[in-house]
Design a protein around this ligand. Structure first.
Ligand code: FAD
Length: 321
């Protein structure tokens, strides 16, 4: 049966996060020929609506309000509640990002729905939609079926391919006026704390350093390699705890969960809490001087050697490509 699916877009630094387009592709598959309705929230965001259409949305609802200029759970929940009440969709998808993880349960509670979080894939089996999601820090996967009510899920970035962007796709853009009642919290300023322009959770290549880097100043060799590869730089908690880099770079169970095409782990031992955040990377390369390091157990390629010799050589070689 055709379904109406709502996709909540997420804009960061004046552009959609890729996972918005990945969620549109998933919604398209799940809708089985039904309607995919994009939702874009913010202060001045109507110029972004066409991009959701270009990636496959059949229609886009734009909610503009100065109180939505920055994400607040209260403001977004109020606005989205209105959209859901008006549209009465069969399902809602959004990215499993910091914002998605925050707003989805709040919205689910408001609308009385269940929620499947962190889905990495889906299957449409007859009338049912089966989502796959990692459990036990990525050591196993479970399949979850929505048997009744709303199909509400957050989608892990980098796992479901977005549709090709086609500018000639057409779709209606509607603006919806939603009064946002008094907010208890207001964001006055956002202070950015990432070291490269590339968002870790959506990066296709990550170069991550661990305690083996031995000092903050040595991270420069990782940034050089990352520059050449167009990669983002990440870190283990060991490196963050040792103050070699900011906690914003931490990958793992208590840091960011990443699924890049290529993950290069440099001077990282491979503790289970780190692996929990990166084991679903498509190709893992480990560089460690200890041949017994646990990271080699999950690596597709391993280099046993001193990172201070290996990394500059790799950087030089990649420069030639
Ligand atoms: P180490 O374990 O010290 O490993 C350093 C590695 O560098 C070693 O393998 C060594 O052989 C290698 N090395 C040293 N010098 C060189 C050299 N010159 N060349 C090449 N290799 C070299 N950790 C995370 O990463 N993310 C998390 O989210 C996280 N959450 C946690 C949550 C909890 C509740 C707990 C208890 C722990 C958590 N940890 C997390 C910490 C985790 O257990 C490890 O302590 C941490 O991952 C170790 O970081 P590391 O691999 O950089 O350091």
């Amino acid at each position: 049966m055709a379904k109406k699916m709502l996709v909540i877009g997420e804009i960061r630094d004046a552009q959609f996060r890729n996972v918005t387009f990945e969620a549109i592709a998933a919604a398209k598959g799940i809708s089985s020929g039904g309607e995919v309705v994009g939702v874009v929230l913010g202060e001045k965001v109507s110029n972004h609506a066409n991009e959701m259409v270009a990636y496959g949305a059949d229609r886009v609802i734009v909610v503009e309000n100065e109180k939505l200029a920055h994400y607040t759970p209260e403001g977004y929940a109020q606005a989205l509640n209105e959209v859901v009440n008006k549209e009465n969709p069969d399902g809602i998808l959004l990215g499993h990002t910091a914002v998605g993880r925050d707003i989805a349960p709040k919205l689910a509670a408001r609308i009385g729905s269940g929620l499947i979080s962190d889905a990495v894939s889906y299957d449409v089996v007859g009338e049912e939609v089966v989502f796959t999601r990692p459990i036990y820090s990525g050591k196993a996967f479970e399949k979850v079926v929505v048997t009744d009510g709303m199909i509400f899920a957050t989608i892990r970035p980098n796992n479901i391919a977005a549709l090709e962007k086609e500018e000639e796709r057409s779709g209606d853009i509607e603006s919806l006026d939603v009064p946002i009642m008094d907010l208890k919290t207001m964001i006055k300023e956002v202070v950015k704390n990432t070291s490269t322009g590339i968002d870790l959770s959506e990066a296709s290549i990550i170069v991550a350093g661990g305690r083996g880097m031995k000092g903050e100043e040595n991270f420069s060799i990782l940034y050089e390699l990352a520059d050449v590869l167009g990669a983002a730089v990440g870190a283990s908690r060991g490196a963050c705890d040792a103050e070699y880099c900011d906690y914003a770079l931490q990958i793992g169970q208590t840091g960011k969960v990443v699924t890049p095409d290529l993950y290069i782990a440099v001077g990282i031992s491979g503790a289970i809490q780190h692996v929990a955040g990166m084991s679903n990377s498509k190709v893992i390369v480990a560089i460690n001087k200890d041949p017994e390091a646990e990271i080699f157990q999950i690596a597709d390629y391993g280099i046993v050697g001193d990172l201070f010799e290996v990394i500059p050589k790799l950087t030089e070689e990649f420069k030639k490509v």
